[in-house]
Write a protein that binds this ligand. Structure first.
Ligand SMILES: [Zn+2]
Length: 107
């Protein structure tokens, strides 16, 4: 992998480099990387895959949640519930007698 020096990037950067260390070993992913901190405070680790791994994990987690939600919706859509029950809440429930009216108030 080319370092930031080899790529002649310094003249094209918007912010100046405050600190740079090359060929560091990441303790998490094990890759060699170049560390660069810019004058605006942002940092990059060129060659470290940790950020990509984290993004992939988050993406996978969101995908699994989406699949789970789809399965729940599918089960709900194929259930025997009629549309009135699907929209039932405590707020729109109209008790048919005095006992259930008191029960609703208590709840
Ligand atoms: Zn890493």
């Amino acid at each position: 992998m080319k370092s930031i020096d080899e790529m002649d990037m310094k003249s094209k950067l918007k912010y100046s480099i405050e600190k740079q260390e090359n060929d560091l070993r990441c303790e998490r992913c094990g890759n060699l990387y170049d560390y660069v901190r810019f004058s605006n405070g942002s940092e990059v680790r060129i060659g470290c895959d940790c950020e990509m791994i984290e993004l992939a994990k988050n993406s996978t987690s969101r995908y699994k949640d989406k699949i789970k939600c789809g399965k729940i919706n599918s089960i709900f859509n194929h259930s025997m519930l009629n549309d009135d029950l699907k929209n039932a809440t405590f707020d729109n429930y109209i008790p048919p007698n005095e006992n259930l009216t008191r029960s609703k108030q208590i709840i």
